[in-house]
Structures are given as C-alpha cells and as structure tokens.
Design a protein around this ligand. Structure first.
Ligand code: GLC
Length: 647
C-alpha cells in the first residue's frame, strides 16, 4: 500500500496521471460477473405454498413461498462461457444462503416479540394500532397537567416514540422470496398517489440498514447488499442507451408477475430503476457510493467480513470504482455529475461538482480502500484510488471552504489571471458573493460551498454534503468543528422547528424560475428548495459523534421529538422555520423514522458511529501535506497569509 500511495502522490504532484489508467479501468471486463436478466422465483398459486404466500401477502404486497428459478440467461465469467442452468441454480443457492445467516437469535426474538405485541404476524401494523399507541401516550401526557412526575412522563413518551418507530420500521420491510431485502420508501395509508414511494430506494435504506445493524439485525442488510449487487449490471436502457457498468439503481421493487406458460403460478421479480423511469430521468450516482459505505458498516458492525471478501462483492466494489475513476474531460478531481444525481433528485442547479456527491465519493473511496483484497489485477485501481483521494481532499478543503476570512479574500479577488499560479484559479467574480451571505456568515464557523465550477461558486449551504464531509474526514478537523460551530450559530435557520434544512437559503423569484425551471414542488422553502428533512438527523448525529459534540445532536433530536410522531413521520417540512408539514410530503416516510432511530441509537452509544466514520491514515496525511507545500498559491502569498486553509 505504501508504495502505491507514494507513487500516487508523485503522480499527483507532477500532474502526471497515468495515461494507461482509464483504458485499463474501463476495458477490464475479465472479472465482470454476468448477471442474469431477471432474478426470479416462482410460486404455485394453489396448494400449501400458496397458503403461505397468502399469509404473508400483507407484507408490503410481496408474496412469500417456495420458489424455483426462471428466466435463464447465459454469459461470460472470467472469459468462460457459463452454463445457463448452472448459473441460475447457483443464484438460487446464493439467494438461499443470503437468507440463511444466523443472527444469533437475539434480534429475531426482539422482532417477533414486538410483532406479537401488536399482533402483527408479519403484516403491516394496522393504522389503528399505531394510533392507539399515540392516544395512550397523549392521554398519559394530558393527565400530567399538574406537572407531577413530568420527567417520567416525558421519558415514557420518548420511549414510546422509539417503540412506535421500531414498529413502523419493521412494518416497512420488503420481502423477496421470503427474506427481508429492504424497506419501502413510505408506508402512508392515507396517500393514494404513491408514485415510486412503494419502492426500496438505495439511499433511503441506508438509515434503515444502520438502525438494523445497531440493533444486531444483520440479515436484512446482508440480503440488501447482495441483492442490489445483482441488480448492478442489469441491462437497462433509456432510449437505446445503457448506463455505465457498475451503476447501482436508485430503487427497486419486488413485483409478483404471472409465470410464463403457467396460469396457476406467479413469480417474484426484482425490478430496478436506474433512473430510466424516475421523474426527470435522473442518474442515481449516490447509490453505489452509499452501497460501499453500508457494506463496510455491515462488516464492522457484524464482524462478518465474509460478505465483503466474496468475489462477486469485490467485483461489485471495483465496478463502482472503475465507473467513478474513469478519465473524462474533467480538469478537477471532483466527480462530474448531472443535476439531481443524489438526495436532491430533481433540477436544483446542482449539476457539475455538487458537494454531497464529493463527500460520498471520498467516503466510499476510503471505505473501498479498506475492503479491497490486494491482488495483482487491482494495482492500477488502487493507485488511481489513492491518487484521487489526495487530490480530492486537497481540492475540497482548499477551494470549497468558506468562512469570514476566505469570504473577504474572495471579495478582493483579482480576476482574469492567466497563469499557472493564479490565486483566483476559477476566475470567480467577487460580485457573485450574494448579499444574503454577507449577512449570514458568522464570525465563528464556516462551511463547504455547494458547488464549484469555472467562474461559479454556489454559496448555498447544503447540509448532507457538509455533514458527510465531517463524518468522512473530507473536511479537516478544524473545518469540521467550524461546520458544527456554524450549525450552532445558525440554529434558527437550519433547525428551527424541525431538523434539518436540506439547503440554505431557498431559491426565490427569478432564480427559482431559471434554476428549477419553475418547479412547483420546489417552491421557496419547500421540499428540496430549503425544506426541512427529518432524515438528516442521522447524518447530523454521526457528524456530532465524530467530533465528540453529542450535545448538538441531542438538542436536535429533542426538537424533532416534539413533532415527528405527532405529525406521522413526514418526509419533509415547509416554510423558513419548518412550521408546516410539507405540502406534498408523504407521511410514515421510512427514512424519517429510521433517521430518528439511528440518531437515538448513536446518542446512546456514540462509539457505534465508528462503523460510518472514516479517518485518513498517516500515508494520506503525508501525501496531503506534500501537496500543500507544493501548492503555488502558498508560494505567492505573503508570509502572514500562510493560513489560506485550515489543516
Ligand atoms: C424523493 C427524494 C429522494 C428519495 C425519494 C424516496 O425523491 O428527493 O432523495 O430517495 O424521495 O424517498
């Protein structure tokens, strides 16, 4: 590793990225696993198995029973023809082994107990059950008007929120061939317009997966990892164009369809959406990055490293890396993406190099580096990975960082500098500094801007990108503290009545018209345009735990607890201060529920955040300092302005 890293540094410093890299990375098909077009199993409509399927049909509409494989495919694996039958029987075994993990019984028992309590028997809890719990809770609170035993009641209601959240999370589980494989995006009995919220979204499942892991329920996470891996190379096209090999879908759905040629049987099909059906046809760039982060968390939490060591999983990691590390026309080490390629999955002016993608990219690179098993064929990939890590962290820490001092520096920028050692490298015109920012920037604190392109700085504060930059260590220690300082200083803007603003401020007026294309869902202070998203609680908590400042997360959680359960776990809130449930917000949104649970679990056990956080190792730190001392910008500046960034 050290050889690889130091070579990578040399390459970065000399600006000589190996020419052979991109072609090596892209042409290496030899270890691509062939994935069958459909991973399907069938169930006879009649007979005992049908009974089982009926019994379980309440589980998010999935049927359960015993299955056989269908839709055989052929292909190449390590350049060897694969016998179609062999491949699929092997897949069946794999699917079986996926569900056969022994979790030690502890949590299965926990789930069974809870299910029994609510008389669930594997079906979605009745709306009335949840309502009953709430009524009981409210009754106990109103009995306490005199204020006697207030704290006991408060504690009891908090406990009941958690209990309710676990029950709802359990009810959101989606089953494929009898095994849990994910959680549905929203389970809102009042909403007839489900759109694609009845699907398992990769990014939405992350907090669910973490909650399950922290509860010791590993099965569902393992299944999710392995099944989504099989969807990775699904042959999907949009108007005859296929997305890059290695792309993970945004979401998938378990469909029960009639079995060809057999009127009496149905089969279950995993049907992914890579964006070809999504509103706006957005590419889910974040899915693969989250997948890698979850895979590492699974190994760290369960101690089961066998999943990440599997050949197909290693191949999956490499395919994602190859896709991300392939050379393009880019001048920057940041990942170039189209608008809406992450949590903000519609037009919001975040095309180019949005911070959220960069933070996830950095995090995924570090996680992958930890998990890749060394083998001769992956030397180039590792070199490219190390190379990118150093260049990416330098680029973000140096050019995305903004605080009072830096803002003042930009305010006095000279422009049109044609030279190798320009200070204003991206030719930013100082007039771009928006009036809101001049007022908003606190004296203490700072943040990473949303996007950086030639002659363009997007000064909006994007929460997920900043929080994940802290969690992953993409931001330096000092920067990370400064981000948390800013959150504290701007509490009434970023938290107010519900944590956490997705971005600040909202686009209004002509800016909204031009940048969102007059999107009626993204009106100012709604949805992605300055709305408040409870799910972000978990990323906030991870960041706070990493920096040992749990009190910030605890305060945010107590704000959320005032409304989340009462408001039926909405997807997002509207208005500047998050006073209203979002106009088109789904209720019983799973990642709002899971986000709350993860925050609570981490507050109870701050050390557990380590399954998600990453640190630079000493080699990367060295490489980074080499890069800093070679930075022409430093050479030019006067001695007193040495501290152009916080390290
Ligand atoms: C919305 C969100 C997206 C989320 C999806 C499902 O489209 O913008 O981030 O994954 O809903 O909840």
């Amino acid at each position: 590793m050290s050889m690889v890293t130091s070579k990578a540094v040399l390459h970065v410093l000399s600006g000589a990225v190996p020419q052979s890299l991109s072609s090596d990375l892209c042409s290496s098909n030899s270890d691509l696993v062939f994935y069958s077009k459909f991973l399907v199993k069938s169930v006879k409509k009649k007979g005992p198995k049908h009974l089982r399927s009926l019994k379980c049909s309440g589980m998010s509409g999935c049927q359960i029973g015993s299955y056989r494989c269908k839709c055989l495919g052929g292909g190449l694996y390590r350049n060897m023809p694969i016998d179609r039958l062999k491949l699929l029987s092997c897949k069946c075994q794999q699917a079986e082994s996926v569900s056969g993990v022994d979790t030690g019984g502890g949590n299965e028992a926990w789930f069974v107990d809870n299910a029994k309590k609510l008389n669930l028997n594997g079906s979605i809890p009745e709306f009335e059950d949840v309502e009953k719990l709430k009524r009981e809770n409210e009754a106990s609170m109103s009995n306490d008007k005199a204020g006697t035993g207030k704290s006991t009641f408060a504690a009891a209601s908090v406990d009941s929120f958690e209990e309710e959240a676990w029950e709802l999370l359990q009810a959101s589980m989606v089953y494929y061939c009898g095994s849990p494989v994910g959680t549905i995006a929203a389970n809102d009995p009042t909403n007839s317009n489900v759109l694609n919220y009845d699907q398992v979204f990769i990014r939405d499942f992350i907090p669910s997966g973490i909650a399950f892991l922290l509860k010791g329920e590993y099965d569902i996470v393992r299944n999710f990892i392995l099944h989504t891996l099989q969807l990775q190379s699904w042959e999907k096209t949009m108007d005859c164009h296929s997305p890059g090999q290695g792309l993970m879908p945004a979401s998938f759905k378990v469909r029960t369809v009639p079995l060809d040629g057999d009127d009496l049987a149905t089969e279950e099909v995993l049907d992914p959406d890579f964006g070809e059906a999504a509103i706006g046809r957005v590419a889910p760039v974040d899915s693969g990055l989250w997948w890698i982060i979850l895979l590492r968390a699974y190994g760290k939490c369960s101690g089961d490293l066998s999943v990440q060591e599997r050949v197909d999983v290693q191949t999956g990691i490499k395919m994602i890396l190859r896709l991300c590390l392939a050379d393009g026309f880019d001048m920057f080490p940041t990942l170039l993406v189209t608008d809406g390629s992450c949590m903000i999955d519609r037009r919001m002016g975040i095309h180019g190099h949005p911070l959220e993608i960069q933070a996830l990219f950095y995090s995924a690179l570090l996680c992958a580096r930890e998990m890749l098993t060394p083998e001769d064929g992956s030397a180039d990939l590792l070199r490219a990975l190390n190379n990118r890590l150093v260049a990416l962290s330098f680029h973000i820490r140096e050019y995305y960082w903004i605080d009072m001092r830096k803002l003042n520096e930009i305010y006095r920028y000279k422009t049109e500098e044609y030279s190798y050692d320009a200070v204003n490298k991206f030719n930013i015109y100082p007039d771009q500094i928006s009036p809101w920012l001049v007022e908003w920037m606190p004296n203490k604190g700072g943040y990473l801007i949303g996007n950086l392109q030639p002659a363009h700085m997007d000064f909006r504060f994007f929460s997920l990108g900043n929080l994940w930059a802290v969690a992953s260590g993409l931001a330096t220690t000092a920067q990370s503290h400064a981000i948390l300082d800013l959150i504290e200083a701007k509490w009434t803007d970023l938290v107010a009545e519900m944590p956490f603003k997705i971005c600040y401020p909202a686009l209004e007026g002509q800016e909204w018209q031009i940048i969102t294309g007059c999107d009626p869902k993204n009106t100012p202070w709604s949805y992605h345009n300055g709305g408040s998203w409870p799910t972000l609680l978990w990323q906030l908590t991870v960041a706070c735990m990493k920096m040992n400042r749990p009190e910030i997360a605890a305060k945010a959680v107590s704000v959320a607890e005032k409304r989340l359960s009462r408001d039926k776990w909405p997807e997002y809130y509207d208005t500047k201060k998050a006073r209203f449930i979002g106009k088109q917000s789904h209720l019983f949104q799973t990642w709002s529920i899971a986000g709350y649970l993860v925050a609570k679990l981490l507050l109870a056990d701050p050390d557990a955040a380590k399954i998600l956080t990453t640190e630079e190792d000493s080699e990367l730190v060295n490489a980074f300092s080499c890069m800093i001392s070679a930075n022409p910008r430093r050479k030019r500046g006067p001695k007193s302005s040495k501290q152009t960034y916080i390290v």
